[in-house]
Ligand binder design. Structure first.
Ligand SMILES: Nc1ncnc2c1ncn2[C@@H]1O[C@H](COP(=O)(O)OP(=O)(O)OP(=O)(O)O)[C@@H](O)[C@H]1O
Length: 288
């Protein structure tokens, strides 16, 4: 079976001394999963999708389990020296289809997206919407194991938007994974298996099921690298995190989550040192 695609402590900055756009991002995308990524403008959503799609590499951390991937970028280069069908056929062969199969798939996707009429139009002369349909078709025609969509619905007409939603459902039903960013919060509403927000360089889950457990808590003192950020899965598990010195944190976690927290600290790259674990002062029976 195809392995999960995993980002492990992935970080990206542009230029050797540029600010970190993303840092310490841990993310697993399993086959068949639909994942939504949200975030304000400029927070790093496209940066994350470029890492997921494999067209960019992390500045630190690593990515494992690369599936056969197709990507609809936020900005599609329109001035390509092909007709729409010629371009798609060429891309299909790049994705491993025979020329005949690629031409057939190109025609089918142009038809489905309502673009058959401009199959023979040079790419450079396509309208913005027509160009976006070509961008979507190139990603769908070889039935990728991972489909990465960066604002792919933008510029499409109503029919093509619905067709892309259907295509997403078809991919996940066939065991493919889909990761998408879209500015419309209603896009595929209720369908994603997971939703994350990019915030302050981290990836934060938006759909943690239910409130944090109440009841007894423990306090964990942990020490990471001096410029270390708390790993995302640690941030996810805790009720509060207080930085007491550079790289030193006092973490409060409900008892049922404490094992997961300790595992996450020890599995972090580089690993964090667990200095102490104690019942929280106000936890009954703590004697403090
Ligand atoms: N190739 C690049 N070179 C330098 N800086 C870049 C590059 N690509 C992105 N950035 C910077 O990284 C930050 C995140 O950009 P990114 O496009 O990933 O954000 P985004 O959340 O997708 O934004 P938007 O919602 O506006 O599309 C921005 O500050 C941007 O200027």
């Amino acid at each position: 079976m195809r392995p999960d695609l995993c980002l492990e402590y992935a970080g990206r900055r542009y230029g050797l001394r540029g600010p970190w756009v993303l840092r310490g991002v841990d993310l697993t995308v399993a086959p068949g999963r639909l994942v939504r990524v949200e975030g304000a403008n400029g927070t790093g959503k496209s940066t994350l999708l470029r890492l997921l799609s494999g067209i960019d590499a992390p500045s630190e951390g690593r990515i494992t389990g690369r599936p056969r991937t197709a990507y609809v970028p936020e900005r599609f280069p329109p001035a390509l020296p092909f007709t729409a069908v010629g371009y798609l056929t060429h891309l299909g062969t790049v994705h491993g289809l025979s020329r005949t199969a690629a031409a057939r798939a190109a025609g089918e996707w142009l038809e489905r997206l309502g673009a058959a009429a401009y199959a023979d139009t040079p790419m450079a002369r396509l309208s913005k919407g027509g160009s976006q349909k070509a961008a979507v078709a190139q990603a769908l025609l070889a039935e990728p194991e991972l489909l990465v969509l960066d604002e792919a619905w933008t510029g499409l007409d109503t029919g093509a938007r619905a067709e892309l939603e259907r295509a997403v459902a078809e991919r996940t039903a066939a065991g493919g994974s889909v990761v998408f960013v879209d500015h419309d919060p209603r896009r595929l509403a209720g369908l994603p298996d997971a939703t994350y927000a990019v915030r302050d360089g981290s990836l934060v889950p938006c759909d943690v099921a239910g409130p944090l457990p109440s009841g007894p808590h423990v306090t964990v003192e942990a020490q990471g690298p001096p410029d270390g950020r708390l790993p995302d899965d640690v941030r996810r598990a805790v009720t509060s995190a207080e930085e007491t010195a550079p790289g030193s944190y006092r973490l409060t976690v409900p008892v049922p989550r404490s094992d997961a927290l300790l595992r996450a600290l020890l599995a972090a790259r580089p690993p964090w040192h667990v200095v102490s674990v104690a019942p929280r002062a106000d936890t009954p029976g703590s004697g403090r």
